[in-house]
Ligand binder design. Sequence first.
Ligand SMILES: [Zn+2]
Length: 318
Amino acid sequence: MKKLIQLFRSTQATKRPSVLSHPDKASNTMAKNYSTTRVRAVLRQEWRATILVVSVTISIALGAVSCSGGINLFDTGTDAQLGKQMDEQIRQNPKEYPILNNPAVKQYVQNMINDIIRSEHVQYRGTFPYQAEVIADDKTINAFCTPGGYIYVYTGLMKAVDNEATLAGVLGHEIAHAERRHGTSRMTKAYGLQMILSVALGQNPSQLATIGANLFSGLALLKNSRLDEDDADNYSFKYLQGTKWYPGSIKFFFEKVGGQRGQGDGIGTTVERLLSSHPLPQDRIDATNKRIEEAKLPPPNESNLHGSAYQQFKRTLP
Ligand SMILES: [Zn+2]
């Protein structure tokens, strides 16, 4: 994933978040007339009103409450835009991200995603594309999702899991990262309200470059906090409750990667890498078991694991 970080860094000069870079002329003039002291005073005394002005002029939504309970200063359009730009970057780097050229396999994953996002708990199905892509890399047991819902699944993950429900659990988890807007929530936390506002008011234009750089550093995509991971597991459970798949199935993925940890056969390294972005499987197995208990779910069986159909599908993978 370090390579992804480098990838986005190397493109920062040409790619800028236009949502932050085109305040209208009136607001620019207004901002320039403000002294720094004046801005600080406004921020203190007219905090809410100022934020509203800024949010209108630069399309940052006020007070969108993020998944982890914090504030998200970016609007959903920014998530979608970021995702689109990351998706383009990924497609331009087939060496690192070799896209599998197999429409049937891609459609299989897309159909699963389409089923999951029908959940009543998914609110951005009309806003985010929730688009599947498969990366032909058997050594990487992973999946990821950009802000705004571009979902990538590695063939390594598809081959490692034993049934469709487990893959659905992982897809639900990735969808939740986009749905719960973990990336832009973390960006809000990382930059802080005041800095974003000072950029918006034209007080500190050089900070815009910093934000632009970090948007593409992979920050939004890769470093999910433990809280975000737990939140995504929780929502994966909720999404799957309305589907044909066993809702607690993400735990089979943790059991799988936990069991393969440190085997020294090459898989170990991949799993270690995965665990550094998706930490502590035992905690997450325990948390999932608690959710299963609370929902009084009976043990899974073939009718909600879809193991044999999945084994057939696996044979079609290159
Ligand atoms: Zn995650």
